[in-house]
Structures are given as C-alpha cells and as structure tokens.
Design a protein around this ligand. Structure first.
Ligand code: AMP
Length: 418
C-alpha cells in the first residue's frame, strides 16, 4: 500500500515523502479515504500508530477542495495537553507545508494576547486544549461558526482530566452540520456515550499497537525494593550505555527527587511536570530532543502527547495507578517501526498494580534478572523469554475487540485496505 493509492493530492504526497514516510500505517490506510469522503470516524488508536497523520492529511486535503478564502477556523482539534496540542499543530504545518493554509494552536499557561493576535489574522486549522479555548469563546476573540471538521484527539485522556463539561460547552459553539472524529486509546462507557452523542454513522477503525507501530516494544519487569530503585536505574543506564530514556514517576515530587539523584550519579537528567512553567517545559523537551539531556523524568500528565522519535527506553520508575497509563507510557518507545524496551521497576508494595496491568494486557510481563549488585538485596526471579510472551499478548488482544458489540462496522469502501 502506498500513500498515492489513498487518494491524497500531490502536494500532500510531497510533504509525506519529505518526512521520510514510505508506507502508510494501518490506521492511515483505513482512515484517510474515509475522512476524504467526509465520513465521521470512531478510532481506537494510541499514540505511535500514526494517528495524527491519519486525520491531518485527509483534513488538509478536504480544506483545499474549497477555493473560497475563509477567515474563521474551519477545523477544530481538541487535545488534552499543551504538548499534544503543540505537536498536532506542528504536524498540520509539516504536512501542509506546500499548501497555503494557516494553523494556530491555543493552550493555557501562556499569555493570551499573542493568541488573540494570531486569531485576528485568520486561521484555517485551530488546535486547542479545551480550557483556554473556552476563555477565548468567553472573550469573543474566537468564532467557531465556520467549523466543518471537529477532531477529539486522545478523548479518553480528556475525560480522565475532567474536560467533559468543557468539551460539551465548546460543541455548543459549533455548527450542527460538520464532520466529527473521535480518537481514543481505551474504550469506556463514558467514551461510548460521548461517541453516541457526537458521531453520525461513524466508520469504526480499530488498530491495536500490537500489530502496528509498537510491534518492537519489549517489556521487562525488575523486582526491586523501593530503596534500591535509584541504584538499579543508574546502573541500568550506565551498564547498558543508554543514550536516552523517558522515566516515569508517580508524582512531581518524586520526579524532582529522582532527577536530583540521577544528576548526583553523574547522569544528565531533567524533570518535566505540571509545576514547571510552559517555557521551561518547552526548553526541557527541546534539550531532550536535541540529545543535550539524556534522561527525561516525567509524570504521566506532562508526558502525554510527547512525540519523541525512536526513543530506545521507557522506564516505569513507579508503576501507574491506572493500568491504561502503562499502555500510554510504553507507547513512548518502539514508535513507527523502531525497537524499544519498556522497563518497569516494581517494588513489593506495587505488586497489585502490576497484577492490574497484566490483567489488562492479558499477559505476564517477563521478570528480568539484573545481575547488578545492590546496596540492599534484590529478588530476581527466573527470566522469561520476552519476545515469545509479547507475541502471546498480541494474539489475545487481537481477539478482544476494542469496540462495543452494539456498534456495527460501517460499510467499507472499495478503497479500503487492511
Ligand atoms: P502518532 O501516532 O501520530 O503520534 O505518530 C507517531 C510517530 O510516527 C510520529 O513521530 C510520526 O512522525 C510517525 N509516523 C506517522 N506516520 C508514519 C509513517 N507512515 N511512516 C513512518 N512514520 C510515521
């Protein structure tokens, strides 16, 4: 399958080629023709599947179909975090580089006036977090009456973060006649209700990470005491000669503490979390992307939506309380065909969290023997071969549908490939 066969115009194909993409990912193969046709979409897809291009490319194509000059935004993408909003906007700019469409991004934590100025100049595609968007609507600095396409990206995250009321309020400002897309990594009753209320005979697309971009993620558990975690991590980094890793902690405080400890072990590290200003977060992320910072220590919220290509290691320094967050976290490695390892440091008090994650994955994550001498002894059960087990999950997950049985898959067009 090639991008050309999906019905994209030449200037979009050129942009895709310039990005080095040769083969569309499964979600792109399925979603692009549907979106071009104007269908509503309900997609079960996580980061790392290529979902952004799956909606951005066909949306750009649709926008070019009208020769009329518009002033108010025609596309609205809602995203849960500033980082994701910024990255989605950047993707629209990259894919639309040979088109003359204007993209703006709006999120909180930064001054509102430059955003107002940008909106005044006219915008085609608006990417926003819900809170700041409502601010603009309240101030009447934004008119959403011309919206033709609405995308809810990482809808499950937006619900987790309590944005449901904000989203409902935003929708009231939109014209009734529009194309809608909902992307979500997980499927809950709340998401189902939202999809039912929002989507009109949607095309249902489900791509599990297992058979797509994250195929190369190897998962490992280290049984380790709380006190030994930092020694183990420093040793893994040094002995494994890790170039870069994203390390997750449960709290901002623990992110700061671990960063200090890594620095005192002579490892370059920086923390990214909600207490840091937007300017600091942007700078830290840029330093990490350039390789100036080796270890990025993050909380779940801060890390959501970070697009870091080919990250070789993700570390769960603490296991997440919500099992779904584990899937989001490990999605930061092995993206778009690259290989990666997800390491989880699990202490005795986290065994129940591990059990919850394994239940969700329908898999026992192999325990890795460290061979590292700890100041305090580490229990290291027999290692299990990782690849074999990840295969097993894939098969099992493939059987259990993400979509509720009440949904009937939409009629597929002849252009669809799987
Ligand atoms: P996403 O799932 O949208 O967060 O995308 C994950 C990563 O995959 C991003 O870094 C994209 O640049 C990259 N990507 C998207 N589509 C393709 C493709 N067809 N081939 C290679 N990389 C891709």
């Amino acid at each position: 399958m090639s991008f050309r066969k999906l019905g994209l115009r030449t200037d979009l194909l050129r942009a895709v080629e310039a990005q080095g993409y040769t083969i569309p990912t499964p979600i792109q193969v399925r979603a692009i023709p549907m979106v071009i046709e104007g269908r509503d979409i309900l997609a079960g897809a996580q980061t790392g599947t290529g979902k952004t291009a799956a909606f951005a490319l066909p949306i750009l194509q649709r926008l070019t179909e009208s020769k009329k000059k518009f002033y108010h935004p025609r596309v609205l993408v809602l995203a849960p975090t500033r980082e994701l909003a910024a990255q989605v906007a950047e993707s629209f700019e990259i894919y639309g580089r040979y088109l003359s469409l204007r993209t703006a991004v709006i999120f909180g934590g930064v001054k509102i006036n430059p955003q107002i100025t940008k909106l005044r100049h006219g915008v085609d595609i608006l990417v926003a977090t819900p809170g700041r968007l409502l601010d603009h609507l309240g101030r009447k600095t934004l008119d959403l009456s011309q919206i033709e396409v609405l995308v809810l990206d990482e809808a499950d995250r937006m619900l987790d973060m309590g944005f449901i009321h904000d989203i409902r309020k935003v929708i009231k400002y939109l014209p009734a006649n529009r194309q809608n897309m909902l992307f979500s990594a997980t499927y809950s009753n709340e998401i189902k209700r939202m999809a039912d209320g929002l989507l009109n005979n949607p095309a249902l697309i489900e791509v599990s990470r297992g058979n797509t971009a994250a195929e190369g993620v190897t998962q490992q558990v280290y049984q380790v005491s709380q006190a030994d975690k930092r020694f183990l991590l420093s040793s893994l980094i040094r002995d494994g000669k890790w170039s870069q890793a994203l390390v997750f902690t449960r709290t901002k405080h623990r992110a700061n503490k671990l960063t200090k400890q890594l620095l005192s072990d002579g490892i370059s590290a920086a923390a990214i979390h909600g207490n840091k200003s937007q300017a600091t977060r942007t700078r830290t992320l840029a330093d990490f992307k350039s390789g100036a910072v080796q270890m990025l220590v993050a909380t779940d919220i801060a890390a959501r939506g970070l697009d870091i290509q080919q990250l070789p290691h993700v570390v769960n320094f603490d296991l997440p309380h919500v099992p779904e967050d584990y899937i989001h976290r490990i999605g930061r490695t092995g993206r778009a065909g690259a290989n990666g390892i997800a390491h989880s440091l699990v202490s005795a008090d986290e065994q129940n969290l591990l059990a919850g994650i394994e239940r969700l994955l329908k898999l026992k994550i192999p325990v890795k023997k460290t061979g590292i001498q700890m100041p305090i002894a580490v229990s290291t059960p027999t290692p299990v071969r990782v690849r074999k087990n990840t295969q097993k999950v894939r098969r099992k997950r493939g059987n259990s549908s993400w979509l509720p049985s009440s949904f009937k898959p939409a009629k597929q067009t002849g252009r669809r490939a799987s």
